[in-house]
Ligand binder design. Structure first.
Ligand code: C2E
Ligand code: CA
Ligand code: CA
Ligand code: CA
Length: 269
């Protein structure tokens, strides 16, 4: 509690000290977790709505704590981005994902999140090619999810990587579509195989007609330019009906299956 003898800036200093401490703990702990098996890769299904079956699993990082709880990516991905550890996490997800795929039904694909930091360094493309080769996995069975910020202020080396991945046959998907600035401009700058509409739009569809119209428009646009379209964060049957009606070919969300340490055999709804 604050007393008259305890000026406000002390409290402020204390907050900063705590924040810095927590951050440093994440930094050192995360580096160790990547080395040990405490950084796990979980999988969440993506359902093809016309076939009513799982077409893809997205790999999502989870950090296991000594007490068995997990720290969510929101807490550590930003730190990993800053320190560069995200590059190793990306390679870990690729490796664990390709291992896990051996048990999946034929044709099921693996979708991997990427960080802008992985691109343009001459590492990503050879690593992907070598991992596919080593596991005997066709390139068409994996796709990389790319966020729009990769395409902002990026040099030709980034586009060279995208071209090289496309030439390998790896799918390229624009993630969190609609959240960045001038999303449509991104579609113009690079030819993607698909896009994922951010959860924020899906969650507003039920009560907000404008959001529903935006989702329909994005799905229609995707269809016109030959991209597949995934609705993220579908939590209710009403949302599932709406995204289907809006023309999204694929959906992902807690209604259809939560992320888990193993690929689930069936959609849970
Ligand atoms: P994202 O790529 O947009 O992934 C989808 C996030 O939404 C995941 O959060 C997933 O668990 C969550 N989600 C899925 N369905 C639902 C739903 O129905 N409702 C709600 N409320 N949430 C849902 P998660 O696993 O916490 O990951 C957060 C973000 O961290 C991801 O967002 C992705 O950007 C990043 N991330 C996770 N793993 C990796 C990784 O291995 N590499 C990189 N570069 N980024 C990663
Ligand atoms: Ca994603
Ligand atoms: Ca997303
Ligand atoms: Ca998101």
């Amino acid at each position: 509690a604050k007393s008259s003898a305890d000026p406000g800036y002390r409290i402020f200093d204390e907050d900063i000290r705590k924040a810095l401490f927590a951050r440093r703990r994440i930094e050192t702990g995360l580096a160790a977790a990547v080395e040990t098996k405490d950084l796990e890769i979980w999988f969440q299904p993506i359902v093809d709505l016309s076939a009513s079956q799982i077409c893809t699993y997205e790999a999502l990082a989870r950090w296991r704590q000594p007490d068995g709880s997990f720290i969510a990516p929101d807490q550590f991905i930003p730190v990993a981005e800053e320190t560069g550890l995200i590059e190793q996490i990306g390679l870990l997800a690729l490796e664990r994902g390709l291992e896990a795929m051996r048990d999946w039904p034929e044709g099921t694909r693996l979708s991997l999140n990427t960080s802008p930091r992985q691109f343009g360094k001459g590492v990503l493309v050879p690593a992907v090619a070598a991992a596919l080769e080593r596991h005997g996995t066709p390139a068409a069975r994996i796709e990389l999810e790319i966020t729009e910020n990769l395409l902002i202020n990026s040099g030709p080396e980034v586009f060279e990587d995208l071209d090289a991945l496309a030439a390998l046959g790896v799918g390229l998907v624009l993630d969190d579509f609609g959240m960045g600035y001038s999303s449509l401009n991104r579609l113009h700058r690079y030819r993607f195989n698909g896009l994922k509409i951010d959860r924020a739009f899906i969650q507003r569809m039920e009560e907000d007609e404008t959001s529903a119209a935006i989702v329909s428009a994005i799905a229609g646009l995707a269809r016109c330019i030959g991209m597949h379209c995934t609705a993220e964060g579908v939590e209710t049957q009403a949302q599932l009906d709406l995204v289907h009606k809006a023309g999204c070919g694929r959906a992902q969300g807690y209604l259809l299956g939560r992320p888990g340490p193993h690929a689930s055999a069936q959609p849970t709804a």
